[in-house]
Design a protein. Structure first.
Length: 214
């Protein structure tokens, strides 16, 4: 003889069948072909955030090449070239000669002669960050100036003002990978105006090598 269901069990089965046959709540059901509600877009970084991130990328580069041009200040226009290989190798080529820095030692090459000497304190930061921008990241104001290009490379352009450790204003370009491409700065030295331009390229290029002069 098959087992007999209790009255409670029969009632539970009946209620479940009724619920299964009921139409879905129109407030929660989606009509066929209706897309799910879109998720809110993530917040976009501010211009200041983009500039700060570019400096972090710059300081994290394994190598790069830089060209710096100084005009004005009562002196002839000068162009300097700099190569960098992490963590502490530099080669600076100036009209007067070439300087190679490895660790805390500087090799100065002038007129075919090389002099070796200890590196003056603060020299590295001066070459890596001539506007002392890294020291004033928290006290800057940034205005986005839209899309631009540097030597044919697409870039974003900004106007940047820093207040620490010294007040300065410069125009700044960032490439599509969020790295510095160029900056321009106008200031004065000994009461005479100058214009400084720096261009950056060859990021993380393993072909850049810096060895001590022989």
């Amino acid at each position: 003889m098959p087992p007999r269901l209790s009255a409670v069990a029969v009632l539970a089965i009946a209620l479940a069948a009724c619920k299964a046959g009921q139409p879905a709540d129109p407030a929660t059901a989606s009509a066929p072909g209706t897309a799910a509600p879109a998720l809110p877009a993530p917040p976009q970084p501010s211009p200041a955030d983009e500039v700060k991130a570019s400096m972090d990328a710059f300081w994290g580069a394994k190598s790069f090449h830089a060209t710096m041009v100084m005009e004005g200040a009562g002196t002839p226009t000068t162009t300097s070239e700099m190569d960098f290989v992490a963590p502490d190798r530099y080669r600076i080529t100036m009209p007067m000669g070439t300087q190679v820095v490895i660790g805390d030692t500087m090799y100065m090459q002038v007129r075919g002669r090389t002099a070796k000497m200890p590196l003056p304190k603060g020299t590295l930061s001066q070459w890596r960050d001539p506007l002392k921008f890294g020291q004033g990241k928290e006290g800057l104001a940034v205005e986005a100036l839209g899309a631009d290009s540097v030597d044919g490379t697409p870039a974003k352009k900004y106007r940047v003002k820093v207040t620490r450790p010294e007040a300065a204003e410069f125009t700044y370009w960032i490439d599509g990978d969020g790295r510095p491409l160029k900056f321009e700065h106008e200031g004065s030295a000994q009461g005479k105006p100058f214009h400084m331009t720096a261009r950056y390229s060859r990021y993380d290029d393993p072909g850049i090598r810096i060895d001590a002069p022989r």
